[in-house]
Design a protein around this ligand. Sequence first.
Ligand code: G4P
Length: 296
Amino acid sequence: MDNTEMKDIQWFPGHMAKTRRLIQSNLSLVDGIVEILDARTPLSSRNPEMDRLTTGKPKMILLNKCDMADEKITSLWIDYFKSIGITAIAVDCKNGKGVKNFLPVLKSKVLNELLEKRNAQGMVGRPIRLMIVGIPNVGKSSFINKMAQSKRTKVEDRPGVTRTKQWVKIGEGAEMLDMPGVLWPKFDDQNVACKLAFTGAIKDDILDIEALAMKLLANLAVNYPDTLASRYKIDISENDSGFDLLEKVGRKRGMLISGGEINTERAAITVLDEYRSGKLGRITLEKPDDFCDGEN
Ligand code: G4P
């Protein structure tokens, strides 16, 4: 049996229809959409319904958590989005890197036509209004907090929570709705589900941690072998399965249980934690080419 085989990740959160309604009912209030994606998984962290739900609104993409993503691949993604007509920039909303580029790029490349039109009509003082959208954990709250010019209350992720609409001032002539549109990723494709689980976008309590870590290790052994080998000081051979790699990591870290057996569960938790916290280095799990080739 393939040791990395795992049960399909299934996750059907409720409230999806409510969330869709929430986004759609607020759409007429905003001038543009800011879609936040995880720079390590730009397509997997993109809900495919987002485009349909936000049709007709200018859109800008933020590739967030760029501090943990492979810089070269992030540039490829920016080019890719440009090729399909969407302006994207890389940001790190934890430390604020790239965030100051947001408004200038938005005004000059995404909302330029609208602003010119408003200027021509003499509507100079009207603020730009924006809606932030994205799947859970991509950094919507972090972004709003970085941009907000005054203290704000914690945004709840629970969709459908009724509260008064709040507009947060985020700079000269711009405001955003302090209620991000939260959509969940599509889980039809288990590759997508695994990548989201690697980054922690899917909570561990519904996952088989060991199987997941084996899949991540197998992926890293192909795409980032040197990083993997040097972090855990292990030799990687071509025939290593995810399980072999997990055992190597556990052995090297001295994670043993009685009888000298390797504690693969502990090793799995370590590998996933280290990937998610960026200790393994800047690692991106998908490139635009993977999708053009039709592999995904
Ligand atoms: P959400 O509203 O979309 O659900 O995401 P949120 O802002 O709550 O961010 C989810 C997690 O991702 C948080 O970590 C946050 O700090 C982290 N994060 C957001 N943006 C970035 C980024 O650009 N780089 C890095 N490295 N991390 C980012 P957490 O562990 O849940 O909380 P905490 O560490 O802030 O306490």
